[in-house]
Structure formats: C-alpha cells, structure tokens
Design a protein around this ligand. Structure first.
Ligand code: SF4
Ligand code: SF4
Length: 91
C-alpha cells in the first residue's frame, strides 16, 4: 500500500490550536529547513514571500520526527489535547 493510501485510512480530529509551535525567528535563520522534507505528512511549508513557516498541524501523525530533525531544536511540540489528533487503526 502506498503512503498516500495509508494516510487516507487515518482518522483525524483536529485540535482548534496547533500543537506544533516552531520559533519562527529561528526558522528565518535556518539553513536547511529539514522539517519541510522530513515530515511524512507534509505538515511544514516554507513561505518565501512571508518569510514564515506554514504549519498544517491538522495533518500531523504525531511521529516526532520533526523534533529530532530540527537543527535548531526550535519546535515546541506537544500532544494534541484529550481525544484530538490522529487515530491509528490496527491491521
Ligand atoms: S528545521 Fe526547525 S528551525 Fe528549521 S525551519 Fe524547521 S522548525 Fe524552523
Ligand atoms: S510529528 Fe511527525 S507528522 Fe507531525 S509534524 Fe512532526 S514529522 Fe510531521
């Protein structure tokens, strides 16, 4: 099964506020922006015009890879509140 199809089987219940809060000042200075290509769900996008990291937090799989990959350790990351976030199915 392709990654796109696997992602389609997940159930999301997005929180009303982002659980991913990068320090945007650090992001402006970031050379590689690893988060924009390490994330399997494409959550991070760099907006060159606004000089800002766009965060599609609703799609987050809560894998934690971005925290490890962020070269500036600039991501304040916590689990979504209560029953919010992603639900993984068995099988
Ligand atoms: S890797 Fe870290 S510092 Fe760089 S753009 Fe992403 S969140 Fe910001
Ligand atoms: S926790 Fe995983 S899925 Fe969520 S934004 Fe970070 S890398 Fe992407």
């Amino acid at each position: 099964m392709t990654l796109d199809k696997k992602l389609y089987t997940l159930k999301y219940s997005p929180d009303t506020e982002s659980h991913l809060n990068p320090n945007q000042e650090q992001c402006k200075l970031c050379e590689n922006r690893n988060c924009t290509y390490i994330c399997p769900a494409g959550v991070y996008e760099w907006n060159e015009d606004e000089q800002k990291l766009i965060i599609n937090y609703e799609n987050c799989l809560e894998c934690g890879a971005c925290r490890i990959a962020c070269e500036k350790k600039a991501i304040d990351w916590k689990y979504p509140k209560g029953t919010k976030g992603v639900t993984f199915k068995q099988g």
